[in-house]
Design a protein around this ligand. Structure first.
Ligand code: DGL
Length: 271
């Protein structure tokens, strides 16, 4: 496998860019092909079978693009589809749930961890399972926050309405006295300030993207796949694809990434 080949990263929409951003920060030598499934978002309310089917199509697209590794930058797809598809492909593939769960276990002091995520991720029980495997005495309180995905896709990152909805969703977790809260949907780190204001300074906010990028770095080194070439300009390093609304994606991406995206290409992922 060519060390100069890109990393495939995918999500249902713009949320996975929070993971791409962290990969760019931690391993700037790596090229990225990003796919946002904007035509079929949200993933969080769909069934496991549907998420597996969607993920399989995207993984096929990314492998045809010649990627050397894949990051499932979507908690819902990581929870529902990763185990199913990992043995079907030749390139290494990692998700965001396990790295996020590991970080939460390492930072909690009172052993009370909150998870905010999509309905799918909460219903899968994967965060709870991975956390309990590491320390069965930890209490895990999950809360599905589906509306937050739409608010982020709409670009309402700093908005009174968003703050009110965040506060309503988090009431239960505040009462549950968690000292650690996992932002268990890749869209949610974009609402970090709003979530932080509600939870207060004493609560650790865990963004699984950080540990995921570290895990990717370790994996590339272990498989001798790390890119050693000089970093090019962003237009050569990163390619962005979506299944719909390319212009809207580009505008929000430009709020998230440290550079402006010039083009986003729309493709038919079902073909
Ligand atoms: N950003 C995705 C996640 O991490 C899913 C959001 C959605 O499409 O519902 O779960």
């Amino acid at each position: 496998m060519d060390k100069d080949a890109p990393i495939g990263v995918f999500d249902s929409g713009v949320g996975g860019l929070t993971v791409a951003r962290e990969i760019i920060r931690q391993i700037p030598n790596e090229r990225i092909v990003y796919f946002g499934d904007t035509a079929r978002l949200p993933y969080g309310t769909k069934s496991k079978d549907t998420i597996i089917r969607y993920s399989r199509q995207i993984v096929n697209f990314l492998t045809n693009e010649g990627v050397k590794a894949i990051v499932v930058a979507c908690n819902t797809a990581s929870a529902y589809a990763l185990e199913e598809i990992k043995d079907e492909i030749k390139v290494p593939i990692i998700g965001v749930v396990k790295p996020g769960a590991r970080t939460a276990v390492s930072v909690t002091k009172n052993k009370r961890i909150g998870i905010i995520a999509t309905e799918g991720t909460i219903n899968s029980g994967l965060y709870t399972k991975v956390i309990k495997e590491q320390d069965s005495t930890i209490e895990v309180i999950g809360k599905a926050c589906p509306l937050l995905v739409s608010l982020v896709e709409e670009g309402w990152l700093h908005d009174d309405i968003t703050d009110q909805i965040v506060a309503r969703y988090l009431e239960e977790l505040k009462e549950a006295d968690v000292d650690t809260l996992v932002l268990g949907c890749t869209h949610f780190p974009l609402l970090r300030s709003s979530v932080g204001n509600v939870m207060g300074e004493g609560v650790n906010l865990v963004n699984p993207a950080y540990e995921t990028a570290l895990e990717l770095k370790r994996l590339l080194a272990e498989k001798q796949l790390a890119n050693v070439k000089e970093v090019d300009s962003p237009s050569l390093m990163y390619r962005f694809y979506v299944s719909d609304a390319a212009e809207k994606f580009k505008n929000i991406a430009n709020m998230i990434l440290p550079f402006d995206i010039k083009t986003t290409k729309q493709i038919n992922i079902e073909e």
